[in-house]
Design a protein around this ligand. Structure first.
Ligand code: FE
Length: 355
């Protein structure tokens, strides 16, 4: 009842604004008070991030949550009828693929171009930004300190060493985080050596791949696995957990950022773009700019234990600092190369029986 009254009262004002906008040739702002986000960010700590945006701008957020593949499939099925304004994905190769599939539209934003380093965003052929990386995460190795030493595992290549037979725990090979890691390995080692390496990983598995990265960490903590592969934020989340058992579990772990003496540790990107058929274009750009702001970047670092990407924003996260001892060397290969290798990597996985 109250709502009806309120919207009835508001209508003349809204009409007046629309009329004024039309007369002055300005865009009608009233339509921009809602924003439809398709998000693969599966992190509960992000809620406050969305809430703060609404508080600051009055723009209400409708969110559809799915994984990267689910979002891409939905956008393709919806086509020009899609209500999506902003798309958030959590894997660089998937961002690259979605761009190639024409699911994004280039935007003009000096703020994004100035705050996000060029190697972490995609530039459209005709100028403008197609998508931006908003945070990074490293894909690292954890091991049981009572069984192995850091030098046993200081490179991804060593994960295939027969000494780890029956020791390796890793999530599905087809998960985007692994497809990107293996796509990067293909760039570094070549296809033949990468396939041989993947075969070695399969031979070393402690169990068939199951669960997410946290399950692999817990596998090492429980003694079921000697070594595991995980994104950094899952480990940091356990290190900072309010659950004492989780914190204690991480104390058993050795942590390695692989390939520090060669090409650097594999780093992935979570990022966003404006959807090709976005109806709330202005709000969509505003939201991406908000995610590049110091406040949101600090949220990525402190709330979800990721590395901020915006220039001038420094990391303030004790778990990530403890993990790296300050800083680490990350690989520098083009994201497009990792993206292009995905189909080939999936074929390799099928051949070597990496589920
Ligand atoms: Fe994740």
């Amino acid at each position: 009842m109250n709502n009806v009254t309120r919207s009835t009262r508001r209508r003349p004002a809204a009409l007046a604004v629309a009329f004024m906008a039309a007369t002055l040739g300005l865009p009608v702002m009233a339509q921009d008070k809602v924003l439809n986000i398709y998000s693969a960010r599966h992190y509960p700590t992000d809620e406050s991030l969305y809430g703060d945006f609404t508080k600051a701008t009055g723009i209400r957020i409708n969110r559809v949550d799915s994984d990267d593949a689910g979002i891409v499939a939905r956008l393709k099925a919806e086509g020009a009828a899609s209500p999506a304004d902003v798309i958030l994905l959590v894997d660089a190769a998937r961002l690259w693929r979605a761009e190639s599939d024409g699911l994004f539209q280039p935007i003009q934003s000096r703020l994004l171009e100035e705050s996000i380093p060029a190697n972490l965003r995609a530039t459209a052929a005709g100028g403008g930004v197609t998508w931006v990386g908003l945070s990074t995460r490293a894909r690292i190795v954890v091991y049981d300190k009572s069984k192995f030493q850091r030098s046993d595992l200081d490179s991804y290549e060593k994960l295939a060493d027969p000494k780890f037979k029956g020791q390796l725990c890793i999530r599905s090979g087809s998960h985007p985080y692994n497809l990107s890691l293996f796509g990067a390995m293909t760039e570094h080692l070549g296809a033949d050596a990468t396939e041989a390496w993947l075969k070695g990983l399969v031979a070393n598995m402690a169990r068939a791949p199951k669960g997410g990265d946290t399950d692999q960490i817990k596998g090492v903590a429980s003694g079921e696995c000697g070594v595991a592969v995980t994104n950094t934020y899952y480990l940091a989340r356990m290190m900072r957990s309010s659950n004492a058992a989780d914190r204690a579990a991480t104390e058993r772990l050795g942590i390695v950022f692989p390939n520090q003496s060669t090409w650097g540790t594999h780093v992935n990107v979570a990022g966003g773009a404006v959807a090709r058929y976005a109806r709330h274009h202005e709000s969509a750009v505003k939201f991406l700019e908000y995610l590049a702001s110091p406040a949101a970047q600090n949220h990525f670092a402190n709330g979800n234990n990721e590395w901020p990407v915006a220039k001038g924003v420094t990391l303030d996260n004790p778990a990530l600092k403890a993990m790296t001892g300050g800083s680490f060397k990350s690989e520098l290969i083009p994201i497009s190369a990792v993206g292009k290798n995905q189909v080939r990597v999936q074929q390799m996985l099928d051949r070597v029986g990496f589920k």
